[in-house]
Write a new protein. Structure first.
Length: 724
């Protein structure tokens, strides 16, 4: 053991200094272990208790391993005594803090505490420092009256020591969280209680017992210690963290137990179906009250510890939970919880009666995590976004010949009726936060009109003018936590792709009516829809004349039954019908399919002569008879270029296309926009006329050798220059 010798006015004092924390192998240091086997540093200090005339004890020890050494008071010039000096550890010097000593009480017990930012304070009776205490010492005058120990932040309980011994960590600044006193003299009476930043003054403990808290990280910031015999032990002199446990009923796994903080699974795509929770209320009275929101059921009635929420064996997902503490548990503690949701991951924390999870989105909860914290600790940040109710968009559309029609689920407008939307109104409801929904429409002949919001009308009424496109967005807090997704159903195109948050949906410059809208409000962390490049289509006029071909049907009753060699027009006449459409569009006059069929059958071998139907070479021969230039197109780039120049394109497609099942077929392409879209006419079935991607049409091109007799299966038709 180290020894230091000091000489003051001719008197020699032997000071036994404590070993530093890192000298863990020392025999004496090892005796100063907590009950959980983790060492507490007992630090060097100087005391002035006048107890005996031999030596001074500075380090707490276990009585059974190291005998106590009584203290002595040196005779010093300053005549420093325990009653008028508070010792502060500061470079081994003694500093007097007389101004921090509170007024004494007649029945108070003397003690010293090392206080945050203030150092050692010598006290009698009661004090509230409002600051953490790092060390405690009772003077030797109480030796044989009681022993004491402390619960230290991040260490746990020390061993019991005798008065005259310091417990704590002044230099490491670890807070004292609880104190336990063990009375050794049956004639001695002591009552004591603690003050904390979370609960204020707790109840008194008398004689032997604990004060403060365990397992909650709450420091003691004040002590009241007295010998008043009239005081009795209160209900809660010490707050001990209760244990929360439970089981989760998981899809295809049944009831499972995890650790004490998490129930369920993550990363396994399994729904949480049921939940059973229990809390140990043996130290603090109260209970749990909790309820669940279940698929197809909604919110269930609340239950208490040991009871089940959700379902068992029914295959229904648990979507949300609501949990709270009751009784004295809720007075001293807060319960925090959060859920792991399909497609969203961990949501923010909720607490004490808040909803956590989702409802209305059809998403499974997969796991739940818990924390118990002292009341008013603010250790865990909660958020209203711990729970998402499906955002509703009450609204209506003004529909051609029908007037205002309310939203049906998520859809405004109609499909399959050929009716235009002329105006819209949208509102926002059932989101957890405040905010606005804003929207504008693109109106025929007017363009984009100004933004409207929250139920205002955007578009026109009573004028019979179609809307063609929309933009929709959220603002305020709603925009921070939600996305708005929407898509448009457009004349001639059907449903376009999904878009969101102020982007365009619909068409522009096609002169096509907007017939329906779908609108959904979705949490930002849940990416429900993939944003499409095909949500909005804008027609770009070609740099040259755009040829517009008329539509002819090969099965038209005027010629469908007319035979040419191996078959009639209805079954084999797609090529002459497609050529007639292209030639009529370029020349601006009617050229019937029978005129083309007569020429091909009687003047070439390309129609119902060698094979049933016609070859790709027939495109070239049939068109050039009228003096119209053709060009074989070798790839998608050339097809797009021809269409962008206003040309018509004749194409031979195979059975992998939507136009035919078995064999090959001729179709007509015209028009183009920069996104690669073109119009298609199908001579065999007008229901398949519409807008298609040229890249898809290239994938569908025929591979039949007969169709390739001219070296190509795609030909451009028209007089427009290729190179300009």
């Amino acid at each position: 053991m180290k020894k230091k010798i000091f000489t003051i006015i001719g008197i020699t004092i032997l000071v036994i200094s404590a070993f530093p924390l890192d000298v863990a192998a020392d025999e004496t240091y090892n005796s100063l272990m907590m009950s959980n086997q983790q060492a507490i540093p007992f630090e060097e200090t100087t005391t002035t208790d006048s107890i005996d005339s031999s030596t001074e004890q500075e380090t707490p020890v276990q009585e059974e391993t190291t005998p106590s050494v009584e203290e002595t008071t040196p005779s010093v010039e300053e005549n420093t005594t325990e009653e008028d000096t508070s010792a502060v550890e500061d470079n081994n010097e003694v500093v007097t803090n007389e101004e921090t000593t509170p007024q004494t009480q007649s029945l108070g017990i003397n003690f010293e505490v090392f206080v945050k930012d203030s150092g050692w304070q010598k006290l009698t009776g009661s004090t509230t420092t409002n600051k953490e205490m790092y060390a405690l010492k009772f003077p030797s005058e109480y030796k044989n009256k009681f022993s004491y120990r402390a619960h230290i932040q991040n260490y746990g309980w020390t061993e019991f020591v005798n008065p005259g011994t310091i417990i704590g960590t002044p230099s490491q600044k670890r807070s004292i969280e609880a104190i336990e006193i063990k009375v050794l003299d049956d004639t001695f009476n002591i009552a004591y209680k603690s003050n904390t930043p979370n609960w204020g003054w707790l109840d008194y403990q008398t004689n032997s017992g604990k004060i403060g808290s365990e397992g909650l990280g709450v420091p003691i910031t004040g002590l009241d210690i007295t010998t008043d015999p009239s005081i009795t032990t209160g209900t809660y002199p010490v707050i001990i963290k209760p244990q929360l446990s439970g089981e989760a009923h998981v899809e295809r796994m049944g009831w499972i137990k995890n650790d004490n903080t998490t129930l369920g699974t993550t990363g396994q795509l399994k729904r949480l179906e049921g939940l059973k929770l229990e809390i140990d209320n043996s130290k603090i009275s109260g209970d749990l009250e909790y309820k669940g929101h279940v698929q197809n059921v909604g919110w269930q009635a609340p239950v208490n510890s040991g009871e089940i929420i959700g379902t068992e064996g029914e295959g229904l997902r648990l979507e949300s939970v609501n949990i709270k503490l009751t009784g004295d548990l809720s007075k001293y503690l807060d319960l925090y919880y959060r859920v792991h949701v399909e497609g969203m991951g961990w949501l923010p924390w909720a607490s004490s009666g808040m909803n956590a999870g989702t409802d209305g989105y059809g998403l499974r909860t997969e796991a739940i995590e818990f924390k118990i914290e002292p009341k008013n600790s603010n250790n865990v940040a909660t958020s209203v976004m711990a729970h998402y109710s499906v955002g509703r968009t009450p609204g209506a559309a003004h529909i051609q010949r029908k007037g205002w029609t309310n939203i049906n689920g998520t859809q405004l407008g109609t499909t399959g009726q050929g009716l235009q939307i002329e105006a819209i109104r949208l509102s926002l409801s059932n989101t957890t936060v405040s905010g606005n929904i804003e929207y504008q429409t693109h109106v025929a002949g007017k363009g984009w009109v100004n933004w409207s919001r929250n139920g205002q009308t955007n578009g026109t009424e009573g004028q019979g003018i179609r809307t063609e496109a929309v933009r929709i967005k959220l603002s305020g807090d709603a925009a921070n936590y939600y996305d708005v997704y929407y898509r448009a159903h457009v004349q001639g195109f059907g449903w376009l792709g999904w878009t969101s948050n102020g982007r365009e949906a619909g068409t522009e410059a096609y002169c096509y009516r907007l017939e329906a809208l779908q609108v959904e409000i979705v949490p930002k962390s849940y990416k429900k829809y993939k944003i499409s490049n095909d949500a909005f289509r804008k027609y770009v006029k070609p740099s040259k004349i755009q040829y517009i071909p008329p539509y002819y049907a090969q099965g038209d009753r005027r010629w469908g039954s007319r035979y040419y060699g191996m078959g009639n027009m209805a079954s084999t006449g797609c090529v002459p019908t497609a050529i007639a459409s292209a030639v009529s569009g370029v020349l601006g006059r009617q050229v019937l399919p029978t005129e083309i069929a007569d020429y091909l059958y009687h003047n070439t071998s390309e129609f119902n002569r060698i094979n049933v139907g016609a070859s790709g070479l027939a495109f070239k021969l049939g068109v050039e008879r009228y003096g119209i230039p053709t060009r074989g197109l070798a790839n998608g780039r050339e097809v797009n270029h021809a269409l962008s120049r206003g040309q018509i394109v004749l194409a031979m497609v195979g059975s992998n296309s939507p136009f035919i099942r078995g064999g090959t077929h001729a179709v007509v392409l015209y028009g183009w926009d920069p996104t690669g879209l073109t119009n298609v006419l199908d001579p065999n079935d007008s229901r398949k006329n519409g807008v298609y991607r040229t890249e898809d049409i290239m994938r569908w091109q025929s591979g039949d050798p007969y169709d390739w007799r001219g070296g190509y299966v795609f030909y451009s038709v028209g007089f427009n220059s290729w190179n300009e």
